[in-house]
Design a binder for this molecule. Structure first.
Ligand code: IVH
Length: 715
């Protein structure tokens, strides 16, 4: 796609341009040249990011380039071309979906489930090709993506149309939505290969980690969750508003060149020898193509069926490592000549077969729904299922998230439900099979009172979750103790859930303070403990007493007070009990502490039980004073400068050096001690000297004024 040399030039030009941005072109000619160059540069970076998954500039730098192009196009609208990177998202809504006819029908695939099926397939292929039984046929093996099928047409190197698979002959037109995917080039050099019009098949899907984030966001916003990445993807293909489609995190892979004609309309697929070669060309033209083999293990081309079986088995066991949802592998005869010899039925090609992985979905009966109370009182409905095997694991408890989830899916006790366990994702209920109901099913009745302490449940305005507000609720007390000792909080080894439950039942634990006055002699006499375990537990608890206070604050289970906000708080107090004298405003003065969290922490420290609890803990030796570790600024896990190293030099006019460094750290940057190749940004104040010269000489460091810096991070 891009030669090494071309990449070097594009990269260096990007860096040069970034140094001068924002810039205003002097006249139309200069603007036109600049827009053209920026278009090329941005397309290159989009390819690095969306197709290669290996960006060479930061998101921030990319945005700078993009904004500059937008600014030029806004000033000179004549310079906007249809394939400009700014023209992907159209604000126009699709009111009616148009049906379109594919250039060649898209068939289905026949299925296979084990080595034997694959051997049968190989035998059949050899027969169809009149090859002797001991001949070796070469196959291309690819992941079978589990997303939404897309069919793309390019005419004269431009994306002309995109459609869904539909029934294989007719699909829905979805061009506007597909234009928003930056892994789909708006222009691609098919003409280089003599192709004037082509039809490509591929799949639009959402990477598993991105899907998790989208669902977490939806859960927090009280929106309906997507059952799985496939549903989120196929829904995304058909959005009415391309701006919404653009927000779904969709990516597109192409895996087949289904049709290709030259200018005279002559089929020129015959010019290529193998399927693999055509896919490589698509990669070369800037498309994202399947990565079928484990790292470094080749390109998915197998010399014979035995190698195919190995690769299929490998991915069957390893499927969770694949970043996208795949439900099998597709095995294709590699030689296009032999493919032609095999031909197709009306339903599927005889030269290809899908190898389907073991099922991860199963149906089972929903016996009951239980309601569990969490550490902050959140009441979560949990489905109790008749135990069922899903890809090797027995599943019987599945979270139903909240009341809306149950209502939207119309889940009833006694229903047959479809359960799915996809990869590391926790199992979930996809849907109920309402056609199988016999009338005996019962609606899930949401409790009005806490199932443990019977106090009335409340649902705060705008939230999706009912809560038990009784802080003394036994369930909450237990969950808080379990959280208090957990790895993220006080990190007390040997004090896990089962130990806490055991000590609780023995009457030794009533609140988290009791953890610090355990009788180790008694413990050493418990069955399964002994002197050594008791000693180890004592050591772990003594160590935890010395924890920095950010750990302690986090361990108190104050709603929304996570590790990051605990650090922010710990950095500005000398002693935890100072907080009992803080008023609400004081919390809100801390950057990144919002009004809800401020209220929660305030309420906690206004409650005298909580203050007494902390006083008792202090008497028992738990550290409540700020430590060295608490004074370190929290390193941000997001922000415009995430992952960047930055250095300040010269005299700054509006900020002290400390303030500037704190702002940079809060924006995700790490502070560098000198100018080196690893430095990304140098902010040069007045009278900057040798550091500035050195950075300029390196040529790889972005040089900013103080104003540029404060514009980004806020003054
Ligand atoms: S080739 C002639 N390759 O599986 C059929 N299909 O029934 C050409 N699929 O919905 C299909 N990954 O979208 C092919 N690497 C891959 C695939 C793949 C997923 C889907 C395809 C279609 C179904 C085929």
């Amino acid at each position: 796609m891009y030669s090494k040399e071309a990449q070097r030039i594009l990269f260096e030009r990007s860096k040069e341009l970034l140094k001068t941005l924002p810039a205003e072109p002097a006249d139309f000619n200069q603007a036109s040249e600049r827009a053209w160059e920026l278009g090329n540069i941005i397309r290159y970076h989009e390819w690095r990011y969306y197709v290669q998954n290996d960006p060479v500039i930061s998101d921030f730098e990319y945005d700078q380039l993009y904004k500059q192009l937008e600014a030029i196009e806004a000033q000179y609208p004549d310079l906007v071309t249809p394939d400009s990177p700014t023209q992907r998202v159209s604000p126009d809504l699709t009111e009616t979906v148009e049906q379109v006819v594919h250039l060649t029908p898209m068939l289905s695939l026949d299925n296979s489930y084990d080595a034997e099926d694959l051997l049968d397939f190989d035998t059949a292929v050899k027969k169809l090709c009149s090859l002797p039984p001991d001949a070796e046929v070469e196959y291309a093996v690819e992941p079978k993506f589990d997303g939404g099928t897309i069919v793309l047409i390019y005419e004269n190197d431009r994306l002309a149309r995109a459609a869904t698979r539909g029934n294989g002959e007719l699909g829905d037109e979805i061009t506007a939505n597909m234009r928003t995917l930056r892994s789909i080039p708006l222009t691609a050099g098919f003409s280089k290969y003599g192709m004037a019009k082509v039809e490509l098949r591929g799949e639009a899907l959402i990477r598993k980690d991105i899907f998790e984030k989208i669902n977490a966001r939806r859960l927090a916003a009280g929106e309906v969750l997507f059952a799985n990445p496939r549903n989120a993807a196929t829904g995304g293909l058909r959005m009415k508003d391309p701006r919404e489609a653009a927000g779904r995190g969709l990516e597109a892979f192409v895996y087949q060149l289904g049709y290709a004609v030259d200018e005279s309309g002559k089929n020129i697929l015959g010019a290529f020898k193998t399927h693999h070669q055509t896919v490589e060309i698509l990669g070369e033209l800037g498309f994202k193509i399947p990565d079928p083999a484990p790292e470094g293990a080749g390109d998915g081309v197998c010399r014979n069926i035995a190698e195919v079986i190995d690769l299929c088995n490998y991915w069957q066991n390893q499927r969770d490592d694949y970043p996208y949802e795949i439900d099998g592998m597709v095995v294709k005869v590699n030689s296009l000549d032999l493919q032609e010899k095999c031909g197709s039925t009306t339903h599927h090609p005889r030269w290809a077969i899908a190898f389907k992985f073991k099922a991860r979905q199963a149906t089972t009966r929903l016996r009951d729904v239980e309601f569990q109370v969490g550490k902050t009182g959140a009441v979560t409905p949990v489905a109790k299922l008749e135990p069922v095997q899903l890809a090797g694991v027995t599943v019987q408890n599945v979270s139903l998230h909240n009341e809306d989830f149950i209502r939207n899916k119309d889940i009833r006790i006694g229903d047959q439900v479809l359960v799915e366990r996809a990869g590391d994702v926790i199992p979930y209920i996809v849907k109920t099979l309402d056609a199988l109901r016999d009338g005996s099913e019962q609606p899930v009745v949401y409790p009005t009172h806490c199932p443990v302490c019977q106090s009335p449940l409340v649902k705060p305005e705008g939230e999706a979750i009912w809560r038990c507000e009784n802080a003394e609720c036994e369930a909450q007390v237990l969950q808080r103790m379990i959280f208090h000792t957990s790895k993220h909080a006080m990190d007390i080894e040997g004090m896990g859930e089962s130990t806490i439950l055991r000590f609780y039942k023995l009457g030794w634990l009533h609140s988290i303070a009791d953890i610090y006055r355990l009788d180790y002699k008694q413990i050493s006499q418990l069955e399964g403990f002994g002197q050594k375990s008791a000693d180890n537990l004592e050591k772990a608890i003594e160590k935890a007493k010395q924890n920095p206070i950010y750990r302690l604050l986090h361990s108190l289970s104050i709603h929304h007070l996570g590790q990051k906000s605990s650090k922010l708080l710990a950095a500005v107090i000398g002693h935890v009990l100072e907080l009992k004298d803080w008023d609400l405003e004081r919390y809100q003065e801390i950057k990144d502490i919002g009004p809800v969290l401020a209220q929660n922490v305030y309420n906690f420290f206004q409650n005298e039980h909580n203050v007494e609890l902390l006083q008792t803990m202090e008497q028992l030796g738990v550290n409540l004073s700020q430590t060295e570790a608490d004074r370190k600024p929290a390193s941000a896990s997001e922000g415009p400068l995430l992952g960047k190293t930055i250095l300040f030099t010269g005299t700054l006019s509006t900020l002290t050096r400390e303030q500037a460094e704190a702002k940079a750290a809060a924006a995700g940057a790490s502070i560098s001690s000198g100018v080196s190749k690893n430095l990304n940004i140098l902010v040069a104040g007045e009278k900057a000297g040798s550091k500035l010269k050195k950075a300029q000489a390196l040529g790889t460091v972005l040089i900013w004024t103080e104003a540029e810096f404060t514009e980004l991070v806020g003054a």
